[in-house]
Design a protein around this ligand. Structure first.
Ligand SMILES: [Zn+2]
Length: 425
């Protein structure tokens, strides 16, 4: 069982959901000197860098070098607001004026930042030290980015027109310490803007930390991608950052009512959006995805290589649960669609939120009933069975690059392997 301590599944601060109904909650918390505020922007949060390292976030492998010393930076409400306002005022990537056809929604995905009330503020929870809020900061880019290529394979429905390219899916990885382990996964994007930005992202190492300077006045702090650093954080920081990133991604992608298309506004301290025309209320979305360690009668593990990935990178199969489908069925369907391998018994082993932008990864061990593998050659270009010895040998020679130790995929592989898997990078 790999549950419970997956990096982005950890949390220790009480969400105090009952407090969200208080319409004065955000206002009062902002006026309370004890309130701590986390800044969130497009999958990243502002973190305090290890002392003594001049510019620790530049270059690959930073997370490992940080050695667990990275911490979420909590600011006072006034400073957080100042940073958010500075970002609002800063020039950003401009969409071509004619980008949006007449009659469609504006290209700017985030009218929420400009709205009154709770706009831009999120209530994350409360502990003995007071309330914890998040302040959303407008991204430098017009469209939210989905991040680096995934560590896992997420099968896109073939009916998804034109999606071969955007295919690729999305999310990915993280760094760090092997024992506590793992997030990773998927995320297919729910919008074409996200997909297209993913498409131009070259396959990169999972250690490609997304680090950018924070606008003044915050010297020494940096934006750090949660997916890259999640496993380095404390339980409290991981839980708060994951929730903030998930809510921020939802607000950014749902500025309008799904029923009538009118703008919606953030209410319930950031946990609800209400339509300004018909009053309907909408709640944060989570898209379930399955990820599975498929094992045959010889105890070999099935791993696949996606076309979008760097050479030699293999991971466990994964995909989104479809409408009207059980998760067990999704496991069997995805494996059959991606490899033609038939799956019998399916056992749940753990879950992890992967809010890039909205996935919940559900991990399984699955028993194969057949071993012949046929891939589609487009999305998935190779899939192979590995014995433990074959896996270790392939990793040693560099012929196999496994998902990052922070991923749930890695945890699944380790669970099958029976111990720490040789690291490939
Ligand atoms: Zn509406």
């Amino acid at each position: 069982m790999i549950s419970d301590d997956l990096p982005l599944s950890r949390a220790s601060v009480d969400r105090t959901a009952v407090a969200r109904a208080d319409e004065e909650l955000i206002r009062r918390a902002r006026a309370d000197g004890r309130t701590r505020v986390l800044l969130v922007r497009d999958g990243s949060v502002v973190m305090r860098t290890p002392s003594g390292d001049a510019d620790p976030l530049v270059g690959e492998g930073w997370g490992r070098r940080a050695g667990g010393t990275v911490r979420v930076a909590f600011l006072d409400p006034g400073t957080a607001e100042a940073v958010a306002r500075a970002a609002d005022a800063a020039p950003r990537d401009a969409e071509p004026a004619d980008a949006a056809p007449p009659g469609t929604a504006p290209a700017d995905p985030e009218p929420a930042d400009a709205e009154p009330g709770d706009g831009g503020w999120l209530f994350l929870g409360r502990d003995d030290d007071g309330d914890v809020l998040a302040r959303r900061v407008r991204p430098e880019h017009s469209a939210p980015r989905s991040g680096a290529p995934s560590d896992v394979l997420v099968h896109r429905p073939r009916r998804d027109s034109g999606a071969a390219a955007d295919a690729a899916i999305a999310a990915s990885s993280g760094l760090t310490n092997g024992t506590s382990s793992s997030p990773s996964t998927s995320s297919g994007s729910t919008s074409s803007t996200v997909s297209s930005s993913a498409a131009h992202t070259a396959p990169t190492s999972p250690s490609d930390v997304d680090a950018e300077p924070v606008p003044e006045p915050l010297p020494g702090l940096r934006w750090v991608a949660l997916r890259a650093i999640g496993a380095e954080l404390s339980d409290a920081d991981a839980g708060l950052a994951t929730t903030a990133v998930a809510l921020d991604a939802w607000h950014a992608r749902h500025p309008r009512c799904p029923r009538c298309g009118a703008p919606t506004t953030s209410t319930a301290a950031g946990w609800t959006r209400r339509c300004t025309v018909d009053g309907s209320e909408h709640y944060p979305r989570t898209d379930p995805a399955v990820i599975m360690a498929v094992v045959d009668d010889s105890d070999r593990l099935l791993l696949g290589h996606a076309a979008a990935w760097a050479p030699h990178r293999f991971s466990t199969l994964a995909g989104f649960v479809e409408a009207g489908e059980s998760i067990e069925h999704a496991v069997r369907r995805e494996v059959a669609e991606e490899t033609t391998v038939l799956v019998g018994d399916v056992a749940y082993v753990g879950s992890q939120p992967w809010p890039f932008p909205a996935s919940l990864m559900l991990g399984f061990r699955a028993r194969a009933l057949s071993t012949d593998v046929v891939v589609d050659g487009v999305e998935l270009t190779e899939a192979r069975w590995f014995s433990r010895d074959e896996l270790a040998a392939a990793v040693a020679t560099g012929d196999l690059v496994l998902p990052s130790p922070a991923s749930i995929a890695h945890a699944l592989i380790e669970d099958w392997y029976g111990g720490p898997v040789p690291t490939s990078d």
